[in-house]
Every structure is written in C-alpha cells, then in structure tokens.
Design a protein. Structure first.
Length: 403
C-alpha cells in the first residue's frame, strides 16, 4: 500500500486513513467501503454514479489506483474499525432508479471481498421486512432510500402510505418538499433554481444524512447544464456552471467551465474552484501540481484570500497547510506574495510545480525566478546580487541552507 500512498500524497497516511474512517463513522454511523473510496478520492463520484445507474459494468474499472492496492487499503481500514467493536456485515450493492438488480464490483477476488462488507455496530435484532412490518419508522427509512436512490415513484407511494398511517409525522412535510423540488418545472430561470437548491440543502441533509449528495447531484447537474455558456459575473459567482458542477461532484466539468473564462486566475472564486477540482482529480500527479499552482497564484493575485484559504480547517492540502504555518513563524515575517518563493527552499523544486515561465511576468515574480535559478543549480554570484537588491531576506534564507 506504500505505492498507493505515495501517488496520492499525505491523505492516505496511516493516521489520515484512521481520521477519515473515524469521520465517516461519525457522520454515517457505519463504514461503507465505497463511501471510503469516494471520500479518499480513489473513486470519482460521477463514475460511481454512472455505475449505480447501470452505465458502467464494474467499479473495478473506475478506480484511480490498482485494485490490489485498493483492496489492501480497505482491509487495513476494516481491521482498524473492527478493533473498535464494529461488526463486519455482508453488503449487497444494487442499482439506482430503474436499475434494481445487484451490481458487480469486478473480477479481482480480493477487491470483491473487501467491498462486500460494511462495518457497523452489531445489530440488536434482525431488521424486520418492510412489507411484513409496515411501521412508521420503516416507512421513513424506505422513503429515505427511495429519494437517495432516485426511485421517485416509489418514494411517492411510500409517502402516501405514511400520510395514511401518520398524517402528522414530523418529517412528512419535508419529504413532500424534496419531492416537489424534483417535480419543479425545468422552465424555472437559473437564478430561481439556484436559490431553491441552496435553500433545500439543509433539509436534504437533515432528512437523508450523507445521502443528500445522491439526491441533490442530478439536480445540480441539471442546473449546471442550463448555465453552460453563461459568462462569469463577479457579483454573482454562484450563478456559474463551475459552482453547480462542483456541487454535483463533477470535477472535470468544473475545470472546463472555469478554463472557458478569460483571465480566470483574476477571479478568486474561479481560482479556488479550479484548485478544488484539480485536487479531487488527483489520481494523476499533474493534477496535484495544478492544484498547487492555483494556490500559488492565489498568493500573488489575491493574498488576503490565500491567507483565509490556508488557515481554513477545510483546506485539503495538509502538507501545504503545515508549510504555511511554518511560513507564518518567520521572524522577520515575509509577505504572502513571497510564500511561493519561500516554498522553493522547503521542498524539491519538482514538488512546487511552478516553472519560471508560468508565474507572473511583473515584479511579483522576479524574486521567484531568481531564487528558482539559484536552487536549481545556477548558483551565480550575479544572481545572488540581483536577489539581494530586490529581496535580501530571501537571499539570507537561501544562504542559510547552503553547506
């Protein structure tokens, strides 16, 4: 599993894996293997969605790492949560919408076994069958599943049964509201639809838990399609296809929508959307570099936004966040615009992923270009002199690392 972790970076260290498993247990009450793969970005949501809808034959062919490596990861996490007293319960994966049949994981036996177990607290008693025990709690569970799995006709039928059995049920109005959102006409103007989806998100989370994602993703995708070609407006950054595609977990589409805008690096919301999309596409080393490059541009173009981003608990680049903390401890301090250059002294140049010809051509990039040449072996006294004239502190830091 070491090779897998090296490809995907710090996210899949042992401690990070345990933290991720603990978070999923806290949020979902159990550890589903496919939810773990989604959270670890080893499986793209749009690929997972296509498999659930019957458009892809197996999960194995969609993974962003070798099946044997993924199986090893799932086994390791399973052993960790089993030590906490969770039981391994057989799990069957079925299709959504009109695809009710069981779905295939693949033909790699070890992966199939690892994906066939969900870890959860041991059940106190066998679960009764919905059609033999039509209690209100079971009706509620079936409505939740039907909404998340896009079986809307079945959701309507079960809501009708719930009305008959408990017309004052505390969640009835909420279930009806979610169905209404699906039934709203496609002729709604994009601005109104955006406000409706944003307003419904808390209710969907309350009623469906983590499966609100499965309920909302196609609605956000539909809105993104309707926003295709709409020019980005700084005064309404959410009314852009990139925002809706991100909500739907469609990261390739986010990048395409952002890159279609002229001078997109000049808009912090587009720059951050692009970085997030590249991070989630990080099965390729180039995507990791693209995310890092976006965050460096944020330092140059929008330093205040960069400071907020790196300090946020939601910032995904753990290694970069640690370096940012170290950067903040410098005495005397450097400006945020100097962070990309300072990184040249902390990591191999290949990790920084910004060549001199891909940075600002004005004075903001001059110190970076000079330092880049120095750290890559062009240690010329003339370059040292130039750097000393424009940024003596960076030169002192460079010299302090020399043997």
């Amino acid at each position: 599993m070491r090779r897998l972790r090296l490809v995907l970076g710090n996210l899949l260290s042992d401690n990070a894996l345990k933290t991720l498993a603990d978070r999923l247990l806290l949020e979902q009450g159990r550890l589903d293997p496919l939810e773990l793969l989604l959270a670890a970005d080893l499986l793209a949501y749009e690929d997972y969605e296509a498999w659930r809808m019957g458009h892809e034959p197996t999960i194995q062919g969609l993974l962003r790492a070798a099946p044997t490596d993924v199986a090893e990861l799932l086994e390791a996490v399973g052993a960790y949560v089993a030590e906490q007293g969770l039981a391994a319960i057989p799990l069957e994966h079925r299709g959504w919408a009109g695809v009710g049949m069981p779905l295939r994981i693949g033909d790699q036996a070890r992966l199939v076994r690892a994906c066939a177990l969900v870890f959860a607290p041991p059940p106190d008693r066998p679960q009764p069958d919905l059609f033999q025990d039509g209690t209100v709690p079971l009706l509620e569970q079936e409505i939740q599943r039907a909404l998340a799995e896009r079986r809307i006709d079945q959701a309507r039928e079960q809501v009708t049964r719930l009305v008959r059995q408990d017309p004052h049920h505390r969640r009835l109005r909420g279930f009806l509201r979610l169905i209404q959102v699906i039934d709203d006409p496609d002729t709604m103007v994009p601005g109104d639809r955006l406000r409706e989806l944003l307003a419904i998100e808390p209710l969907a989370r309350e009623l469906l838990g983590h499966r609100d994602r499965d309920f909302l993703a196609p609605l956000w995708s539909d809105l993104a399609e309707s926003l295709g070609g709409r020019v980005f407006e700084p005064g309404a950054p959410k009314l852009h296809a990139s925002f809706a595609w991100a909500r739907a977990g469609r990261w390739d589409a986010v990048c395409e929508a952002v890159e279609a805008e002229r001078d997109w690096r000049g808009e912090p919301s587009l720059l951050l959307a692009h970085a997030e999309a590249c991070w989630h596409r990080r099965n390729l080393e180039a995507n990791l570099g693209a995310a890092r490059a976006d965050w460096m541009w944020l330092c140059w173009e929008h330093p205040l936004k960069a400071e907020q981003t790196f300090a946020s608990s939601r910032f995904p680049g753990r290694r970069l966040a640690e370096l940012w903390d170290g950067f903040g401890d410098l005495d005397p301090p450097l400006d945020t615009e100097d962070f990309p250059a300072w990184l040249l002294l902390q990591e191999p140049v290949t990790a920084v992923s910004l060549a001199p010809d891909s940075i600002p051509s004005d004075e903001r990039g001059t110190a970076y270009r000079l330092l880049y040449r120095l750290v890559t072996g062009d240690d010329d006294i003339g370059l040292r002199r130039e750097l000393s004239e424009i940024h003596p502190q960076l030169l002192r830091l460079f010299l302090a690392q020399r043997p």
